[in-house]
Design a protein around this ligand. Structure first.
Ligand SMILES: [Mg+2]
Ligand SMILES: [Zn+2]
Length: 177
């Protein structure tokens, strides 16, 4: 299972980026949901665009600190995230890793022997759904982030499912075969 970060795990920043740990707030039900996934032995990987690093809004070391603290908190509450992949390049850098490109998914799939056609992508933005769709994953849009049901109607691609939040998405995923 591949999760976007902002708007899925944590509350979307009021400004564009989370630049400090003290701005990071877990969304309701996330920690519990991640614990349930861990109990089911599901592999959970985070894939997130953090262009704020490339744009100079915050340092990579700050992003790493936020990630460490996030993982620590998840671990303490019984959850498990296997890996976190970030694209930290600017939007206009033309890098091969920024979502909706699928390079980071493929990298993770190779490293952890994951079958992408049996994976799910959960995100709050069209780029997440585009990435998941291009990689052959099933996709779930959550309404806890930036884009609403109304936005989804304008997209070129449509998610397999729309859920209120990650907790609801996880309940649905665990019912699929
Ligand atoms: Mg997001
Ligand atoms: Zn990149």
């Amino acid at each position: 299972m591949f999760l976007d970060r902002d708007g899925v795990i944590n509350v979307c920043p009021t400004r564009r980026y989370i630049t400090r740990w003290k701005e990071f707030r877990f969304l309701p039900g996330v920690l519990k949901g991640l614990r349930i996934l861990a109990l089911h032995g599901r592999t959970v990987i985070v894939v997130s665009n953090q262009a704020g690093v490339g744009r100079g809004y915050f340092r990579r070391s700050e992003l790493e600190l936020i990630t460490r603290r996030m993982l620590e908190r998840i671990r303490r509450t019984g959850g498990k995230i296997r890996a976190v992949y970030y694209c930290t390049h600017r939007f206009d850098a033309g890098c091969p890793c920024r979502k909706p490109k699928i390079q980071l998914l493929k990298k993770a799939a190779g490293k952890f022997s994951i079958d992408l056609t049996r994976s799910f992508v959960v995100g709050d933005h069209e780029t997440d759904i585009l990435m998941g769709r291009s990689a052959g994953c099933r996709t779930i849009h959550v309404l806890s982030g930036r884009q609403s049901r109304k936005d989804v109607r304008q997209w070129a691609v449509h998610p397999d499912r729309i859920a209120k939040d990650l907790a609801e998405a996880i309940r649905w995923i665990l019912k699929q075969r």
